[in-house]
Design a protein around this ligand. Structure first.
Ligand SMILES: Nc1ncnc2c1ncn2[C@@H]1O[C@H](COP(=O)(O)OP(=O)(O)O)[C@@H](O)[C@H]1O
Ligand SMILES: [Mg+2]
Length: 283
């Protein structure tokens, strides 16, 4: 660990006043979103409504194939909805924009680019000059303790480091909404826990909104203000839960709290129902 830098690495983040205001208009509004893939003649998402407030952390959890990735891609503007709409800050948002950044499970780094050039990639797409984008990308690598690896290539780095670079790249463009598709799914348990805490610290400082896809109920509870359980055939929202556990959640034994057990049991029950083929309409 580098000890030269005495400044708090989090100080690079755009700071925002904390606290979500439930009365405020939601930052992200997903309204009646459906998606049919004509090639397979199948509706994979049906009439999804979801609001996400500024600074809110929302997790999507559901069986494989229920359309989580499809929904994130529609929100990111990488895929169009068959019906319905996505808006951000009150304006239609159906194309990629600098306010939305996506983090993928499989890192999606360019193997021929250094850590720094990967972290700077989003800024490069925005036309930010080389000097400025490298400075900013380096600040975000520093946030994850990776500045000394800036010159190395992804193939020389661990999975945890690669995913930190993927997140640094997304954060460097200073989006309003971070869309994360099972970002920690390929990591070992310990690295995953550390990254969860690093992510929450960043969210607390920046007041960033996050839509986070996971297969882990515990991860969803640890991270989220709200959990959206999805089901299949067709992909849809089954139920939404508020997670009323106090933050920061790494400072106490969250699992000993009665509401932890209650939320976990209910999410488990819904997923079990969906995965045993009882959920949704036939075929
Ligand atoms: N481009 C595509 N063409 C046809 N079917 C697709 C396409 N993309 C995804 N699907 C199908 O849509 C369903 C939902 O996929 P996906 O959003 O990846 O689910 P999840 O991320 O929840 O596992 C799956 O059955 C998948 O096979
Ligand atoms: Mg997926």
């Amino acid at each position: 660990m580098s000890s030269q830098s005495s400044a708090d690495p989090l100080s690079v983040l755009p700071v925002s006043e904390g606290g979500t205001d439930p009365a405020a208009a939601p930052l992200l509004q997903i309204r009646g979103v459906s998606r049919t893939f004509r090639s397979v003649d199948r509706k994979v998402l049906d009439d999804v409504d979801l609001d996400v407030a500024a600074g809110e952390f929302v997790s999507l959890i559901g069986p494989s194939g229920c359309g989580k990735t499809t929904l994130l891609r529609i929100v990111a503007g990488l895929l169009s909805a068959t019906t319905g709409s996505v808006s951000l800050g009150g304006s239609p948002s159906d194309a990629p924009s600098r306010d939305k950044a996506m983090v993928f499970q499989h890192f999606n780094l360019f193997p021929w680019r250094t850590a720094l050039a990967n972290a700077a990639y989003g800024l490069e797409l925005q036309g930010v000059g080389k000097r400025e984008r490298n400075e900013r990308a380096l600040e975000y690598l520093r946030l994850f303790g990776l500045e000394e690896f800036a010159g190395q290539y992804p193939g020389e780095l661990s999975g945890g480091m690669r995913q930190r670079i993927g997140i640094a790249r997304a954060l460097a463009i200073e989006p309003k909404v971070l869309l994360m598709d099972e970002p920690f799914g390929a990591l070992d348990a310990l690295t995953r826990e550390r990254l969860q805490i690093e992510l929450l610290r960043i969210c607390e400082t920046t007041h960033l909104s996050v839509v986070f896809v996971t297969h882990s109920i515990d991860e969803a509870i640890f991270l989220s203000d709200r959990i959206v359980v999805m089901g299949t055939h067709p992909g849809r929202v089954v139920e939404t839960f508020d997670v009323d556990l106090r933050r920061p959640r790494w400072t106490y034994d969250m699992r000993a709290e009665p509401s932890y057990a209650r939320i976990r049991a209910r999410v488990w029950e819904l997923l079990d129902h969906e995965m045993s083929g009882h959920g949704g309409a036939p075929g």
